[in-house]
Design a protein around this ligand. Sequence first.
Ligand code: ZN
Length: 176
Amino acid sequence: MSILKVARLGHPVLRTRARPLEENQIKSQAIQKLVDDMIETMHEYQGIGLAAPQIYEGFRIFVAGIESESEDGELSTTVFINPEVVSLDSSKNEDWEGCLSIPDMCGRVLRPANVRIRSLDRQGESFEKELRGHSARVVQHELDHLDGILFLDRMISFESLSFLEEFERFWRSEAN
Ligand code: ZN
């Protein structure tokens, strides 16, 4: 496995719509290795999610730490290929987001609170999950990457946009 270089804000790959994978492509050695490398890269940089365009690959793949159903707070690393997200109701919430492609910054983003995600796993099998709270936010952030959208685009106001150091100093006590 290898740790991959992460594209940063300004690189056009982050603004390019990624393409879906064919079923036979998913099982290829190249894609299986890519998925392993994405997981390793996400863990190395302590991200909660990583989408293929962030490592210069224009495929509709992302990996993310998703809260497990037992609600013990454990995150389980999950692979999503050709995912689709629909919101389950009209409720929204605003919370802090950061991004490995926009290092050292974070800001508040309003998103649907409850979503259903339908996706293929790394074997090409389809699965569905209903997600709330933080995990719902993470999959929407990662799905946006597959469409060339960054969390900055979703901010209603840049007033909360902060460097992490200033976030810790001035905003942390308000967050959660
Ligand atoms: Zn991101």
